[in-house]
Design a protein around this ligand. Sequence first.
Ligand SMILES: CC(C)(COP(=O)([O-])OP(=O)([O-])OC[C@H]1O[C@@H](n2cnc3c(N)ncnc32)[C@H](O)[C@@H]1OP(=O)([O-])[O-])[C@@H](O)C(=O)NCCC(=O)NCCSC(=O)C[C@@](C)(O)CC(=O)[O-]
Ligand SMILES: NC(=O)C1=CN([C@@H]2O[C@H](COP(=O)(O)OP(=O)(O)OC[C@H]3O[C@@H](n4cnc5c(N)ncnc54)[C@H](O)[C@@H]3O)[C@@H](O)[C@H]2O)C=CC1
Length: 434
Amino acid sequence: MQAIQGFSKLSKQEKTDYLLQHYLKDFPQAEQILSQYLNQDEKLQRLHDEFIENTLTNFYLPFGVAPNFSINNKNYVIPMAIEESSVVAAASKAAKFWGERGGFKTTVLGTEKIGQVHFNFSGELEELEAFFQQVKPKLLESVQSITKNMEKRGGGIRSLDLVNKSEDLANYYQLHATFETKDAMGANFINSCLEEFAAVFRDEAHLHFQDDAELEIVMSILSNYVPNCLVRAEVSCAVDQLGKTKEEGQAYAEKFVRAINIAEVEPYRAVTHNKGIMNGIDAVVLATGNDFRAVEAGVHAYAARNGKYSSLTHAKVENGIFTYWIEVPLALGTVGGLTSLHPLVKLALALLQNPSAEELMQIVAVAGLAQNFGAVNSLVTTGIQEGHMKMHLMNILNQFEADVQEREKAVEFFKYNTVTHSAVVNFMNDLRAK
Ligand SMILES: CC(C)(COP(=O)([O-])OP(=O)([O-])OC[C@H]1O[C@@H](n2cnc3c(N)ncnc32)[C@H](O)[C@@H]1OP(=O)([O-])[O-])[C@@H](O)C(=O)NCCC(=O)NCCSC(=O)C[C@@](C)(O)CC(=O)[O-]
Ligand SMILES: NC(=O)C1=CN([C@@H]2O[C@H](COP(=O)(O)OP(=O)(O)OC[C@H]3O[C@@H](n4cnc5c(N)ncnc54)[C@H](O)[C@@H]3O)[C@@H](O)[C@H]2O)C=CC1
């Protein structure tokens, strides 16, 4: 393959022209689509261009809201950015349902973040341990200019330890640090501290050990696995409140708990179950300008923490009370990253009354629990397709480029008929054949 040199240095128009010429010859609408998605406000477009590299245009996701959330007796309208139909509707329906039954209760169980300097050491462990104890104060002192402001906010470095990993991998050791990063997700703060630790550690080792090759830094990076940056969200009510009669409520609660138990023991189900939870979590994480890849990676690792991938939600019925909860690790920020740059992110945070990172953790966990409730409620009653396809109808009609009258007729028809892809295809074909 002949690589194109200097692509990054071309202007946006030159990049576009190159792609049109080399890759998009058979897609005549390409240029128009790319330019149609550009924002007319030049300043706003430049802001978006500069979020990433080689930007050609913008990629929209719908920005919606789920109202009626009661969290610790405070009302919220939750912003969601997501492409999948029925997610926002399900969250909204679950919010209303639990709002009438005492609302969501949440607790932050921890806010600890983690970072590691990974290094090789070929000498004696005792010697390394003694060296680490000797240089530890110097390491902590070396990052003071970085941590000074964070400490004023009540954050900073919480611990710094030497970890022996040489049983897992020959000569492998770590400096393992824990952090409190307050309202920031903290990736850049943590990475800056770690790189400073690594530089000082390397220099001190150079002076301490005779042989330079004895201690070699491999890399320094935060961990997105944050099992102690954890939040719990819960709902509960008497089983009578789950059905028209006590018996109906009891039967519903038992079936619901059974569905959760299945996700706890069966990884194939747990993955889909957690995907439904992430429908809610990712949508709020994205709308609030947070890093959804970081959240996804950490959440799934947590779901597998006991050696088997399992459900993030749990439920039980005890003494006539149905209790249903989620515990999920969420490293989120309400400052830093995109939060003060993207106008819609600023709006989303304002809609949430400018929460702290801890409050945002609670809101996001609730969105995950509500979403799971919506999905599991459908699964154990009507099945998922009825509600999901009702919401998906517009997407199928859009594939047909249905006009306003056709849409109205379709919506009326499918009020009384089940939406499936083929049913809509037949409906549209019949309508157009008339
Ligand atoms: C889809 C519903 C909500 C319909 O439910 P419904 O009872 O037919 O809705 P409704 O028309 O009677 O309205 C009731 C309430 O639902 C909400 N709602 C209803 N329609 C809208 C709408 N257009 N826009 C906004 N909100 C809507 C809204 O809160 C509304 O109250 P209102 O606003 O009228 O006072 C229900 O069937 C449901 O919750 N289904 C679950 C859908 C779901 O989970 N979707 C996720 C995608 S599937 C998936 O990816 C994950 C999965 C399922 O595999 C995970 C798993 O397996 O666990
Ligand atoms: N593996 C990963 O997850 C990685 C993620 N990233 C990216 O890093 C970004 C997040 O890093 P951050 O360090 O959070 O953002 P950031 O670099 O924008 O820094 C946030 C800064 O805000 C300041 N601040 C002001 N008020 C504060 C308050 N109340 N609490 C805490 N800090 C306050 C602090 O100086 C803090 O360091 C995200 O964009 C993420 O995508 C970067 C590298 C790796």
